[in-house]
Write a protein that binds this ligand. Structure first.
Ligand code: S3P
Length: 449
């Protein structure tokens, strides 16, 4: 198990212009959709985050040839919509909820059986949110009873193969939560269904699936928060992809916030995806007075990109809630670090989804903040956080295997009165394999043990 020791930054600042890893959400989709295409796809700008590698490994186990052809490039030999083979093993999705939920949407429609497992954290995450609607269109999926959530199930998921005379039917589904994982699982099952899929959610979650499938010629139509996929008249063929993946705004977030809270900093994150369904944190930063400017750099594979400049400015408390939360769902932990340095009390509401992420991020962040001497209160759907001036208490943090908690604690550790320890940080490679090197490049001192 790897631990990090973060040395106080003292009078120094963070400075520099850095790339960030490729967008994890788009990486999963590029791999999954290329596998279902006809022909050889090329995926470049790929960072091999552990979560994306879980998706690649699951596809390989179903007969898809994926080859690494460069430091950040791979090729995927698509097998076509109906070319997947029965997996030669139980599919281990590691820590990746996106792998498990999106692949289940595909596997629900296959003529073979499969079984999905994951790590300690993933084996506790709720799965009825996808299994319920998939069952409603004819899928046969069983899970284990969820240990704490009544009427919910969790992995292992056992997916029965469809018999020759069975197929998935049409589906109209209104999801109670805004979730791109639910939406994508349902839409992927819809590629194979006899009949149309209609999906609606309370506010728009990330729309990478819709953008990429539309670019591949899949008959998708979106109206507000409703998306329709009607395969009638569609040939069921998708051409090979050539996609360069944009930088991950959810990874850039840690550096953009670090630049706000380490006095005198000036940081640029380059070629970051700025899809509006992902930019909630930028709005939170602006609302709280942060120094931030977004310089658009055009588009990459149907996704807008920008260089994002961040510099230290005095921060004021914010009120975070409503539909912004869905567009900043993975950034709320690092937004807590921002709140910890703002003058006044920040309130975060409408974020109950955080309770079912890689850890219960509301409870975990409350523990982390208190360890640094920051006052906060846990709410059922969020937190209140009192900004604190001066050095933070030197903390000893257990990441609970959650990459975003480990990175948030590392950023806060820069402001410690003495060195901070963050334990169990291997999870950081889930989404940001070069995190420690990037922070060092910007001027931080960190020891890995
Ligand atoms: C993701 C969607 C989000 C996000 C996760 C990645 C995706 O989850 O938290 O890190 O790639 O679709 P939900 O859809 O469950 O909110």
């Amino acid at each position: 198990m790897t631990d990090l020791t973060i040395h106080p930054i003292g009078e120094r600042a963070l400075t520099g212009s850095v790339p960030v890893p490729s967008d994890k959400s788009i990486g999963h989709r590029a791999l999954l959709f290329s596998a279902l295409c006809n022909g050889k796809s090329r995926v470049s700008g790929f960072s091999f985050s552990a979560d994306n590698v879980s998706t690649a490994d699951a596809l390989r186990a179903m007969g898809v040839r994926i080859e690494t052809t460069g430091k950040s490039e791979l090729t995927v030999e698509g097998v076509g919509l109906h070319g997947l083979r029965a997996p030669d093993k139980v599919l281990d999705c590691g820590n990746s909820g996106t792998t498990m939920r999106l692949i289940t949407g595909i596997l629900a429609a296959q003529p073979f059986a499969s079984k999905l497992v994951g790590d300690h954290s993933l084996m506790k995450r709720p799965m009825m949110r996808i299994v319920g609607p998939l069952r409603a269109r004819g899928a046969r999926i069983e899970g284990a009873p969820h240990p704490t959530r009544a009427n919910d199930i969790t992995a292992p998921l056992e997916i029965a193969g469809l018999r020759e005379d069975e197929y998935l039917g049409p589906l109209e589904y209104e999801s109670p939560v805004s979730s791109a994982q639910i939406k994508s699982a349902i839409l992927l099952s819809g590629l194979f269904a006899h009949g149309a899929t209609h999906f609606k959610e309370p506010s728009l979650s990330r729309d990478h699936t819709e953008r990429l499938l539309s670019a591949l010629g899949v008959p998708l139509r979106t109206v507000g928060t409703m998306v329709e996929l009607d395969p009638a008249g569609w040939g069921g063929q998708m051409p090979a992809l050539d996609i360069e993946i944009v930088g991950d705004i959810s990874a850039a977030a840690f550096l953009l916030v670090a630049a706000q809270i380490v006095p005198g900093s000036r940081v640029v994150t380059r070629a970051v995806g700025t899809n509006p369904t992902r930019t909630g944190l930028l709005e939170i930063l602006r609302d709280m007075g942060a120094g931030i400017s977004v310089e658009a750099q055009g588009e990459r594979a149907g996704e807008p990109i920008a260089d994002i400049h961040a510099w230290t400015q005095p921060l004021r408390a914010g009120s975070i809630g409503g539909e912004t939360v869905a567009r900043a769902i993975d950034e709320i932990p690092i937004a807590c670090a921002l709140a910890a340095r703002a003058s006044g009390t920040t309130t975060i509401r409408d974020a109950e989804e955080l309770r079912v992420k890689e850890s219960d991020r509301i409870a975990t962040m409350a523990t982390v903040l208190r360890a640094f001497g920051v006052r906060c209160e846990e709410l059922p759907d969020g937190l209140t956080i009192e900004g604190k001036e001066g050095p933070l208490e030197p903390a000893d943090i257990d990441s609970r295997g959650d990459h975003r908690i480990a990175m948030t604690a590392t950023v806060l550790g820069l402001l410690g009165r003495a060195p901070t320890k963050v334990r169990d940080v291997d999870c950081i490679s889930t989404s940001f394999p070069r995190f420690v090197g990037t922070l060092r490049g910007l001027g931080a001192t960190l020891d890995v043990t």
